[in-house]
Design a protein around this ligand. Structure first.
Ligand code: CA
Length: 318
């Protein structure tokens, strides 16, 4: 198995308002959703060197990252393996056609620049993130590993699963450069998403794992076309093989959360698994499996395959 293509640049968006609100509450209880969220498809430039492909079995294996963390009551930070390692359920969007520097891609052309969609796990160390993220955003909490499924599903194949893009009543409508009739009519895509956890003990017991949650990509606040149009509106050029992460795809119900930091309420509410084990964050030997598929009566089911990765013990002595 190999990556579907050589990824030049990787940009991670933040297109689930449900994820943004829940995370925002944990980091800023008094101010969960920042005022730009409903206007700007928020994103940051990630790192492509550490993106690896999912494989059968344990999948993409990586060591628990070290990082600098600081407990709120500690006098100073220290360097240690992350204790709040998490996954993020995302979709990866591959760019297939470049644009020239200085030439923004309009909403009407945006999807012509997209090759297709894959499953994407943007592993995150929440304790490192909490200490480092202000003022410039995540850095070492995100760049140690990301996992991509080996299959890319083209937008053409997803055509039967397109749905209208709608904003909740009372929310602002997108600015004109992020709006089009086609986007309103069919900007969203109904993709069922699932996260499964297989612990080391489950593996010993012969269990394929436990489903932690389900959500649907139709609930994203910003569409694929809006990500492309926004990314290039300033003249930024995209290249074939560039990858966008959708951001963690949490649905409106708390049970549809796309990360452990949401499902465990920031580690305050342990999750009980089918075999009696509990988790707040990932433990060594845990395998996380993302799955995605589209189903609609009268159409052939489309699977996105799976995206599988396993965290191993942190390297010693840093
Ligand atoms: Ca992410």
């Amino acid at each position: 198995m190999a990556l579907p293509c050589e990824i030049g640049d990787y940009t991670d968006f933040y297109t689930s308002i449900h994820h943004a609100t829940t995370i925002g509450k944990q980091f800023r209880p008094d101010n969960p959703l920042l005022p730009n969220y409903q206007w700007v498809p928020i994103g940051y430039h990630g790192r492509s060197s550490s993106i690896q492909v999912s494989t059968p079995g344990l999948g993409h294996e990586f060591a628990r990252p070290y990082g600098q963390t600081k407990a709120p009551d500690a006098p100073q930070p220290s360097l240690a393996p992350s204790r709040r390692l998490d996954y993020e359920l995302e979709l990866g969007v591959f760019i297939g056609r470049p644009n020239a520097p200085g030439e923004p891609i309009a909403m009407s052309d945006a999807e012509d620049h997209v090759f297709g969609i894959a499953l994407f796990n943007d592993w995150s160390a929440r304790d490192i993130q909490a200490w480092e993220y202000q003022p410039l955003g995540p850095f070492l909490s995100k760049n140690f590993a990301s996992t991509l499924s080996p299959w890319v599903v083209t937008l053409d194949a997803l055509e039967p699963f397109r749905e209208p893009f709608r904003r909740p009543d009372g929310d602002p409508q997108p600015l004109p450069y992020l709006d089009s009739a086609a986007n309103r009519e069919r900007g969203a895509i109904a993709i069922e998403l699932e996260v499964w956890l297989q612990t080391a003990r489950m593996r010993e017991q012969g269990s394929a794992g436990y489903r932690l949650m389900r959500s649907n990509y139709r609930d994203a606040y910003w569409t694929v076309a809006q990500m492309v149009a926004h990314h290039t509106v300033n003249g930024c050029n995209l290249r074939a093989g560039d990858l966008f992460g959708s951001g963690t795809l949490s649905g409106p119900d708390p049970s549809e959360a796309g990360s452990l930091v949401e499902l465990s309420a920031g580690g305050k509410r342990p999750i009980t698994l089918a075999n009696g084990e509990t988790r707040t964050f990932l433990e060594d030997g845990d395998t996380v499996i993302l799955r995605g598929y589209c189903e609609r009566t009268g159409y052939r089911r489309i699977g996105l395959g799976e995206c599988r990765g396993t965290v191993t013990t942190a390297a010693r002595g840093r």
